[in-house]
Write a protein that binds this ligand. Structure first.
Ligand code: SOE
Length: 392
């Protein structure tokens, strides 16, 4: 199965190793071949090709999509390019994996979901890169919910906490530009916890009440960028941050439960803390990506004298994905989700079934993102409290 990847930065790196390890650790029916990588900066794309054994380098994504030896197009570019590339690839009969969030707007996401549905009729598959679904402890949490171990879901408490923008001098990279990224913390990381909520609970978010903030409104224009860090351009030019730094919202769930959500890049000391706690009528589950091989499980039927959260180390071969890796207790990391994603997609293509999350699932997340922005912009639902003059 010939893979063509568009993009070569942080996500390009993560996906490259995912494709490479999928064939070694999962041995799917169709072995992914790293056929071609495309990037406007040919030298950077060539460097990635050298490191990961991509066989060819293209400097135009259209040329990559047109290659007969590319059967899957993997989109690892900023959100403003997702719709154009994905729709062109699907219309050309290529299977598509697209990084999250699916798009920058609901309109784009809807067009992508429509294109995916048209392509599906021709056996062409598509998937969104909500990779954290494939962390074993998260996949296990979903299994427990499906087995009824949590009962009726009353609360979802979801947070995605990072701190890589705490420094006001940290430069203005594309993730801080609305034109390119669609939104800030909301779409970049809030999208993950929205999707995880849909995935783990099997329910949908039906309404939100939100507020958002941009704490640092101006930053130095970025020069060179590496991963999430960047150096400032020479000359000291500064530019406007046009996205949110943090988004907080309340939500209602389709099963009648309530949710609280927080996405921020200003949680000083929290690096990549994805916290999900679910409280149900029969028990609770709690996860934190900073301890990603663990799921805390509470069974409310246990005698009160012994009841509490049990720390389950999710490294048994009977846990999702784990049998492909190391002996029990040896643990997985951030990168493994990308291997699971690559293996699952190729496996679904081989079996002729739809992989998940689908573009329709991506559209569902996009609708929540748009509802959050709309609610935050509509201050009428916000009840201010008068403070004495001079209060800080
Ligand atoms: C930056 O916030 C980022 O790289 C996100 O874009 C990814 O989706 C997340 O997995 C890690 O953080």
């Amino acid at each position: 199965m010939g893979i063509g990847m568009v993009g070569y930065a942080f996500m390009g790196l993560a996906h490259s190793q995912g494709w490479r390890n999928a064939r070694s650790f999962f041995d799917p029916a169709l072995s992914p071949e790293l056929v071609a990588i495309a990037g406007r900066d040919g030298a950077a794309a060539a460097e990635m090709a050298r490191r990961f054994d991509w066989q060819h380098v293209e400097t135009d994504w259209r040329a990559l999509v047109a290659r007969p030896d590319v059967e899957v197009v993997d989109i690892c570019t900023p959100g403003d390019t997702h719709a154009e590339i994905a729709i062109a690839a699907l219309d050309a009969g290529k299977h598509v994996l697209c990084e999250k969030p699916l798009a920058n707007t609901v309109d784009e996401a809807r067009r992508m979901a429509d294109a995916a549905e048209r392509a599906r009729a021709r056996g062409v598959r598509s998937m969104v890169g909500f990779t954290y679904r494939r962390v074993p402890a998260i996949a296990f949490a979903r299994q427990l919910v499906q087995e009824g171990r949590v009962g009726e879901i009353r609360h979802v408490r979801a947070q995605y906490l990072q701190d890589w923008l705490v420094d006001p001098e940290s430069p203005l990279t594309w993730r801080l530009e609305k034109e390119r990224a669609g939104s800030g913390a909301l779409g970049d990381i809030g999208a993950h916890i929205i999707d995880l909520t849909h995935f783990v609970t099997g329910e949908r978010i039906t309404g939100v009440s939100a507020t958002m903030e941009t704490f640092v409104k101006e930053r130095p224009v970025a020069g060179s960028v590496k991963g999430l860090s960047a150096s400032a351009q020479e000359g000291g030019e500064r530019g406007q941050v046009t996205v949110d730094d943090a988004a907080v919202f309340l939500a209602r769930l389709s099963g009648g439960g309530l949710g609280t959500f927080e996405a921020t890049r200003f949680a000083t000391g929290r690096k990549n803390s994805i916290r999900l706690e679910i409280n149900g009528s029969r028990g609770s589950l709690a996860f934190d990506f900073e301890d990603m091989n663990v799921l805390h499980v509470h069974d409310a039927s246990v005698d009160a004298r012994e009841s509490g959260f049990t720390k389950v180390v999710v490294t048994e071969p009977t846990h999702p994905y784990v049998e492909h890796w190391w002996p029990a207790g040896h643990g997985l990391g951030y990168e493994h989700g990308f291997t699971h994603q690559a293996a699952d997609l190729v496996d679904a293509i081989a079996r002729g079934v739809d992989p998940s999350p689908s573009f329709a699932d991506g559209l569902a997340v996009q609708e929540v993102l748009a509802a959050v922005e709309s609610s935050a912009a509509n201050a009428s639902a916000w009840t201010p409290i008068d403070l004495p003059a001079g209060t800080q």
